[in-house]
Ligand binder design. Structure first.
Ligand code: AHR
Length: 509
């Protein structure tokens, strides 16, 4: 028997709040090789594509049931002028991407290309509008261009560019990181801007926007309070439409200070634990923002959106520091597993989360090789895939009569087992992570209110925490069947090897 035995009670017949599928959302910025070379290679590429969009990337993301894609930034969004990215590609102006490597941006990937990408993915678009350096009219026109039917100046322009039908766009971001790259504003300044911009982003026809105000940096609860106070004072809760339907915040997992964040692959066990301690802080932050929101909106009509999360390390040696390209190991998979457990527990308020970023940037799902053009699925990708059954499922509370095992990690304490569960269409899915680098753990699931049949388990682990996938070893970290689940009098015993992520699925009988 292993040292860590964790009893856990799940009442299968007591469904909790629904886990919004948009908690499994994505993010694509004009940054490094995320859009160009990642999603988009151009129509003349030898890589199979539709309208310039890589079909291998599309297929890999469709397999995750990708629910939404945020675009065009990030910091880039507040310098982006959408009219530069429409019309014949050769006539589009070139701009400088000042945030990310000072490279030239030819605007070949613009509104029509992004909407085609979303159609191919079967994902909802989440467009981040420009508040920092844009105008209210510019943003209002973009909404009209995308979503209006009938006849209007923007509808005519869209039709002239080859698209007759309006698109449907629900998620609309009012700027990004307004406290920093999005304009260096105070919370009061931004709240006033959000009110103005949000007001003129109109609902055209039956297209109803879900306006997401740019929120706090990490634990800046005062920012959230300022926005929520404005929401309350304007009486927004009592009107069918208001300047915002949700607000966001960003939280990245760093394993060191900004100037020395550490390597994505060359790390030791202390670095590993430090990273997981940081990742687990996401619970404290969501709780903190939710508490503030509850004071102004106890009915939870305003959504909380974590539209940037993930690990952020030093860039890979020899790559452009402005491109934020990093490898992805088993450590990243466990960071993702912990985040999802926390997201599921906060399903009553947290309605969307977007990992930064989907391809070739930060904690990516997919890495594409610039030379061979090969595509590699990362360990993080596999957690999204193994967990996709939680999308739109009812969360199931996990009660822990004896608590969870802990271990010292530097000055902090790390809870080393994490788990969450859900139920959808008679199917139960339990996700479990063992973060201990050396010790296995056994979770004794006491399943009440039903039994599970046809139980199947999968595991994601590797010999070393640093294991990662490359074009030469694409399957070094990949899910496989797990034979460590046994039936007990009360339910199931699940063996979790050291540093592993496990899913257990079964049919409710
Ligand atoms: O994801 C990279 C950058 O991180 C985004 O552009 C910005 O919003 C954040 O600071």
């Amino acid at each position: 028997m292993s040292e860590n035995v964790v009893p856990a009670v799940i009442n299968l017949d007591v469904p909790g709040p629904v886990i919004n599928r948009h908690l499994y959302g994505h993010f694509a910025e004009h940054l490094g090789r995320c859009v160009y070379g990642g999603f988009y290679v151009g129509e003349d590429s030898e890589i199979p594509n539709e309208g310039g969009i890589r079909l291998d990337v599309v297929a890999a993301l469709r397999a995750l049931d990708i629910p939404n894609l945020r675009w065009p930034g990030g910091c880039f969004a507040d310098e982006y002028h959408w009219t530069d990215g429409i019309g014949p590609r050769q006539g589009r102006p070139v701009m400088v991407n000042t945030h990310w490597g000072n490279v030239e941006e030819n605007n070949h990937f613009g509104t029509h290309e992004f909407m085609l990408l979303c159609e191919l993915l079967g994902a909802e678009p989440y467009i981040s509008g420009n508040v920092g350096s844009g105008t209210v009219k510019e943003m209002s026109d973009w909404v009209e261009y995308l979503t209006r039917d009938g006849d209007s100046p923007m509808v005519r322009l869209r039709k002239a560019n080859g698209r007759d039908e309006p698109w449907r766009v629900r998620f609309w971001g009012l700027g990004n990181e307004a406290w920093g790259c999005g304009g260096n504003m105070s919370a009061q300044q931004y709240a006033a801007e959000a009110r103005r911009f949000g007001t003129y982003c109109r609902d055209h026809g039956d297209n109803k926007l879900y306006r997401i105000a740019a929120g706090a940096n990490g634990a800046d609860y005062a920012w959230t309070e300022t926005l929520m106070r404005q929401y309350g004072e304007l009486g927004c809760a009592y009107r069918p439409s208001s300047f915002m339907q949700a607000l966001s915040f960003h939280f990245y997992t760093l394993s060191g200070p900004w100037r020395a964040k550490g390597s994505a692959t060359a790390f030791d066990t202390d670095d590993y634990y430090r990273t997981l301690v940081q990742a687990a802080r996401v619970d404290e932050l969501i709780t903190g923002h939710s508490n503030v929101m509850d004071c102004y909106d106890p009915g939870k009509s305003v959504g909380l959106v974590l539209d940037e999360w993930g690990t952020w390390y030093d860039v890979e040696p020899g790559t452009n520091p402005g491109f934020l390209y990093q490898q992805n190991t088993l450590r990243d998979a466990l960071v993702a597993g912990v985040h999802f457990d926390v997201f599921h527990r906060h399903a009553d308020r947290l309605i969307m989360a977007n990992i930064a970023q989907t391809v070739n940037v930060l904690q990516a799902m997919i890495l594409t090789d610039p030379e061979s053009k090969a595509l590699v699925l990362t360990p993080t990708y596999h957690v999204f895939e193994m967990n996709k059954g939680h999308q739109d499922a009812a969360s199931l509370r996990v009660d822990l009569p004896a608590g969870l095992p802990e271990r010292a990690a530097g000055d902090a304490t790390l809870t080393t087992v994490s788990l969450s569960a859900s139920r959808k269409d008679g199917q139960v899915l339990v996700s479990l992570s063992n973060l201990d680098a050396e010790q296995p753990a056994d979770v004794e699931l006491d399943l009440r209110g039903g039994t599970l049949t046809g139980v199947q388990a999968r595991i994601l682990t590797a010999g070393a925490l640093q294991t990662h996938n490359t074009p030469d070893t694409p399957g070094a970290v990949a899910p496989r069947a797990h034979d460590g689940v046994t039936a007990t009098a009360k339910g199931l015993r699940v063996r979790l090897p050291a540093h592993s992520f496990v899913t257990v699925a079964g049919r409710l009988a």
